[in-house]
Design a protein around this ligand. Structure first.
Ligand code: PEP
Length: 241
């Protein structure tokens, strides 16, 4: 089971000290089959990398530019740069970036560049509340998968994070049955080797018991709760207990 911490635009050098608890936990038996991945803001990737050097916690970024080449793109960072400072993962297609104008086509280009740089991709998909209410969840997910993964044959380095937009940061989570059906629907979109599927949206220590037994789910993408080490550890512990 994967537990991906998305710190969004939070954290500073002082936050690094809060990771001691998680490092200790990652070396204990309690971690069981949990694999931890931290995606801090760009500014903290190097510090996290150093902090995690003696443990198995992995590092990712929260976005990247679509070009593999260096170039005159003020303010951007590409996947090669991320790989060179120790990131192994990148979150792409997050709804907070789609809202800012990232199109499926752009996300597709970013995924291709990340794969080329040998980063593993956490590819986020999800419907808005309006789309859900109109019964459009399946066509929206299909479109995001089709366009986002267009002309990408080798999908072994891609994980899908199903993140209903209406669930992110709201405290609302899908009903277990509904989530199980959506995960099943996503799996069916893939032939051959199935991608790992994560769920993201308001996961916390209180609601993890409703989510942990969903069939075919390979882990969680955790925003708000992951910034608190105790809550993050509790989510992992409760997943296995
Ligand atoms: C996210 O932003 O990917 C996320 C899941 O956020 P939260 O857990 O805060 O809803």
């Amino acid at each position: 089971m994967y537990f991906v911490a998305n710190w969004k635009m939070f954290g500073n050098l002082k936050s690094i000290n809060t990771l001691d608890k998680v490092i200790k936990f990652s070396k204990s038996k309690e971690i069981k089959k949990g694999r931890l991945i931290y995606c801090p803001p760009y500014t903290l990737i190097t510090s996290f990398f150093k902090k995690f050097k003696n443990c198995l916690i992995d590092i990712g970024a929260q976005n990247c530019h679509e070009s593999n080449d260096y170039g005159s793109y003020t303010g951007f960072i590409n996947s090669r740069m991320l790989k060179s400072i120790g990131a192994n993962y990148v979150i792409l297609g997050h709804s907070e970036n789609r809202k800012k104008g990232e199109t499926d086509k752009l996300i597709n280009q970013k995924i291709k560049s990340a794969i080329k740089a040998k980063l593993k991709v956490i590819f986020c998909i999800g419907e808005t509340l309006r789309e859900k209410k109109r019964g459009k969840t399946k066509p929206i997910l299909s479109k995001q998968i089709r366009l986002g993964l267009d002309k990408i044959n080798k999908k072994s380095n891609i994980m899908i994070a199903y993140e209903p937009v209406w669930s992110i940061g709201t405290g609302n989570i899908p009903k277990p049955k509904e989530l199980e059906q959506t995960v099943e629907f996503i799996k069916k979109k893939f032939r051959g080797k199935l991608p790992k599927i994560l769920y993201g949206g308001s996961v916390n220590p209180q609601n993890i018991s409703n989510l942990k037994n969903i069939n075919n789910l390979d882990g969680f993408l955790i925003g708000g709760a992951s910034q608190n080490s105790k809550k993050f550890i509790d989510i992992v512990k409760k997943t296995f207990n």
